[in-house]
Design a protein. Sequence first.
Length: 312
Amino acid sequence: MSRHDIVFIGTAILDSVIKGFDPEPVSAAGFTAESGSINAGGEAVNGSIAAAKLGMKSAILCFLGKDQAGDLIAGELARRGVDTGLIVRPEGHPTPVTTIFVAPDGNRRSITNSAHRYNFHPEQYADAFTDTEALVIGSLFRAPFNDPAVIKAVITAAREKGVLVFADTKLPNFVRLSLDDIADSLPLIDYITPNEDEARYYTGEEDPEKMADVFLSKGVRNVVIKLGARGCFFKNSERSIMIPAHSINTVDATGAGDNFMAGLVSELLRGSSVEDALRFANGCGAICATAVGTGTALRDRDQVLQMINKQV
C-alpha cells in the first residue's frame, strides 16, 4: 500500500481575490469592487484540497515561506485533511501572494511578483513523491517546473516507482520553454491537461483534436484539452472523446482546472473508465466555478455525482 493516493507538486500561493473591480477611480487614489477575499491558492493547494474532499489520501509537496501567509496556507491545508508533512519551509524567502481580478463572467486575470520565482527543487525529495499511486505536476512550464532538468528528474523518479504521472500546464511567466525543450520528458507523462489557451500556445494549433495530436506526436500517452464552457476533449492513440460542459451560473473560474484535475485523477484511481472520469472531472470544475474562491463550492464526491446524474 502506498502512503498516499495522490501527491500534488506545484505552487502554494495566498490569493487576494477581487471580484467586480471597477477601473473608474472614485477618488484620486481609490477604486471600488464588488467583493474581496483572501484564499489559500495555487494549483497544488487547490488540487490537494479538492482531492481530500473527494475522499483521497492527498498530500502536497510545495514551498512555503516562514511567514504569516505561509502559516495561513498550511493551516487551511491541514484543516481540509491534506497531509502537510511534505511541505518545505526554508528561511529567507516569502510565500508568493497573487492578486486576482475576477470579471463578471467568471474569467480572471492575475498579478504575480518576484516571490513566484523561488528556488525550490522538488527533485531533491523523491522519497516524498514516489510513495503514492499518482503524482500531479500542477504547473508544468512554471516554477519549479520551468527547468527541463527538474522536470525530467521528477518525472523519471516517479515512473521508476510505477507512479502514474499527470501534468497540468501553465502559460510561462519568467522562463519560456517549448515542447521541444522538454522532449525527453513528454513520453513519460501519462496524462497532460492543458486548457485551450495553453494548448494553442504550445502547439500553434486552433482545433482541439490537432492540439491533442501535437502532444501525442511528442509521446504523451493521453491528452485532455479543457475547453471551459464547451467541456473537454480527450484523445489517445486509440480513441477520442468530447465531453460537454455542465450548465452552470459561473461566478469565479479560479481553480476550476485544478478541481478538474483532482476529479480526473481520483476517479481513474477508483477504476472508472476514462469517459466517466472525464465527466466527473467536468462536474468538479463546474461546481468550483459557482462560488468565489478555489475551495469554496466543492464539498464531496456525492455532490459531484448528484450533479452528474441530474444532467444525464
